[in-house]
Ligand binder design. Structure first.
Ligand SMILES: [Zn+2]
Length: 344
């Protein structure tokens, strides 16, 4: 029976492309080549090409790139229950989670080589979001602003697009309630950037990355729990991928567009001073100076510090003063106050 099947396949292959196949079978003894050795796409058989080494490294996630993008866009993303699940977070190069009013967090998602067809819901500006976008020379994207952010924009020279006055390139998703329904895409945001002449090539000093196969040395940390006032954010290491999977309480936090759970290759926790500014509960978050920081990567934890002097980007360093070495992939920077307990 086995012989008959094999014989049938051989005959079929001979008929298909006589010369080469006959030669191959003759030279490879009784082994019959499996069709899966080549990739078949719509019936077209293509040979696997050896992987070429791409010349550039993304400063945010350490991923090798064919071309270096010009400039990141940094988008303010809503995290209220009505805004979930969000769109496009999985495609971001770097994500910050930062407290906003009422103990609820918001995200600042940076897109550099990462591309998403739908990003949002997009929300309003806070000065500390703008400062983080500026650290990376990003074009800052928002819809409206707090009074404090208004003052900040007046005093500082910031490349930013406010949807309230510039609705081109944004759209409302009618299946969701405002203000949790404003979206854009990487393509649209870049088009708007180019229109304003902000598409200059910026020089970004990126993170340091572990080389392939290298693992972080540190304490065991298969799980990281961040106790924000509104809810608990949990990252659990997936033993197969080595990535941390993100949960809100015990529910997986997913991306609306792909249906996939959000993951992190690295989690950096940055502890700083948070102060309530006004009756609306708006916050002042200290991003200059220094404080405690932790890196979680591949199931290990390292404690260190964050330091920011002037215009330079924030440095995250270990006890020996060396910069945190990240695993290539998406990093989440979790900004917490001293009262937001972090457990691992
Ligand atoms: Zn990247």
């Amino acid at each position: 029976m086995k012989f008959q099947v094999r014989y049938g396949i051989v005959l079929f292959l001979i008929l298909l492309c006589a010369g080469g196949v006959v030669f191959y079978l003759a030279s490879s003894g009784e082994d019959i080549p499996a069709l899966g050795d080549k990739t078949e796409d719509n019936g077209v058989v293509t040979e696997e090409k050896p992987e070429e080494i791409l010349p550039f490294i993304c400063p945010f996630d350490g991923i090798r790139l064919k071309e270096m993008p010009f400039r990141p866009v940094a988008v303010t993303i809503d995290n209220l229950t009505a805004a979930r699940p969000q769109s496009g977070l999985r495609a971001a190069d770097l994500i910050y989670e930062i407290p906003a009013e009422g103990g609820i967090t918001r995200f600042l998602a940076l897109y550099f080589h990462g591309q998403a067809d739908k990003i949002g819901p997009i929300r309003s500006a806070r000065p500390y979001f703008v400062r983080l976008a500026q650290e990376w020379h990003g074009v800052y994207i928002h819809a409206g602003e707090s009074p404090q952010a208004q003052i900040y924009f007046k005093n500082e020279d910031v490349d930013h697009i406010n949807e309230m006055f510039n609705p081109q390139g944004f759209w409302r998703d009618k299946t969701r309630k405002a203000p949790h329904n404003l979206y854009s895409s990487s393509e649209n945001l870049w088009q708007e950037t180019v229109k304003r002449g902000w598409d200059e090539k910026v020089d970004i000093t990126g993170f340091s990355f572990l080389s392939e196969g290298e693992v972080l040395k540190g304490e065991e940390a298969d799980q990281v729990i961040i106790n924000y006032p509104f809810e608990q954010v949990v990252f659990k290491k997936d033993s197969l991928s080595g990535q941390y999977q993100r949960f809100l309480g015990n529910k997986p936090h997913i991306d609306k567009e792909t249906g996939e759970q959000l993951t992190a290759a690295n989690i950096i926790v940055q502890e700083t001073k948070v102060r309530v500014l006004d009756n609306e509960g708006r916050l002042e978050i200290e991003l200059a100076g220094e404080g405690r920081a932790w890196l979680f990567s591949g199931g290990k934890a390292v404690e260190g510090r964050w330091i920011k002097n002037g215009e330079e980007r924030t440095q995250y360093i270990d006890a020996d003063g060396n910069e945190f070495c990240l695993k290539p992939g998406q990093t989440w920077i979790e900004i917490v106050s001293k009262s937001n307990k972090v457990e691992y």
